[in-house]
Design a protein around this ligand. Structure first.
Ligand code: BEZ
Length: 241
């Protein structure tokens, strides 16, 4: 409860889906970045982790690094952030490469940029600090930002829970497929499974869809799907070069 002795905490910015990604310049392990301008035309996964030299974060960084090329195949760049300093970041990434084995991964080099955010300026802009969880560390936030610099999806995990990387890749592909084909994707969708066509906006369209027009299959007039083969989805969203 807030009393005269315990004032309410200062409001924290919480960027929302559909908002432009907040701008910042930052020092990273790969040089300075000016975000999102430096990433125009690319999808970005901007993610925070609580602290360097911690086990869950180490397992996540190794997994992100192992999947970096797979994300790049979908025109998606990775950027990490924690409130640690640059020298800590460098020392931690060197330790990961030299000493840590996790599952079948070893000798893993993290080549995507890791932001130093000692002042928490970027973490605060993105609502990555959740004082109820920890007021001096970022939670495990994941922002999916599109090539126009707009936030398209956000996932938060607490400190104790390592992220699900299949889900991060699934979200990346589903957002891109939805944009490309003008559809929505149902629960647990993966490329090759039926997609949801936009709800009919007229009575006549609803009737035509119910009659099976354009290869659309309807459970009811508001719930219609169509097939898009996996190779068609993949060739639409995978980088060609
Ligand atoms: C970890 O990455 O292992 C961790 C970091 C902060 C709190 C708890 C766990």
């Amino acid at each position: 409860m807030t009393t005269a002795e315990t004032p309410a905490p200062a409001p924290v910015a919480m960027p929302r889906i559909g908002d432009p990604a907040p701008e910042f310049t930052a020092v990273t392990t790969r040089g300075e970045i000016n975000f999102p301008a430096d990433y125009a035309g690319k999808w970005v996964i901007l993610f925070s982790h609580p602290a360097d030299f911690t086990p869950v974060c180490t397992s996540e960084f190794m997994t992100f690094a192992a999947m970096q090329q797979e994300f790049a195949d979908y025109n998606t760049e990775l950027i990490g952030l924690s409130v640690d300093g640059l020298y800590s970041h460098i020392a931690w990434l060197r330790t990961i490469k030299e000493k840590i084995r996790f599952r079948d991964m070893e000798n893993v080099e993290v080549t995507f940029p890791l932001i130093e955010d000692i002042t928490m300026e970027v973490a605060r802009k993105y609502g990555m600090i959740m004082p109820g969880e920890d007021s001096t560390k970022a939670v495990r936030a994941v922002f999916f930002i599109d090539p126009q610099g707009v936030i398209r999806a956000i996932i938060y995990y607490p400190l104790s829970l390592g992220r699900n990387f299949d889900e991060l890749l699934r979200v990346t592909k589903a957002l891109q497929a939805a944009d490309h084909f003008g559809v929505a994707t149902p629960a647990d969708w993966r490329p090759g499974e039926p997609v949801i066509v936009p709800t009919a906006s007229s009575y006549d369209t609803a009737e035509e869809r119910m009659a099976g027009a354009d290869g659309v299959k309807c459970e009811d007039w508001f719930f219609c799907t169509k097939d898009i083969p996996a190779d068609e989805v993949e060739s639409a969203i995978r980088r060609k070069d």
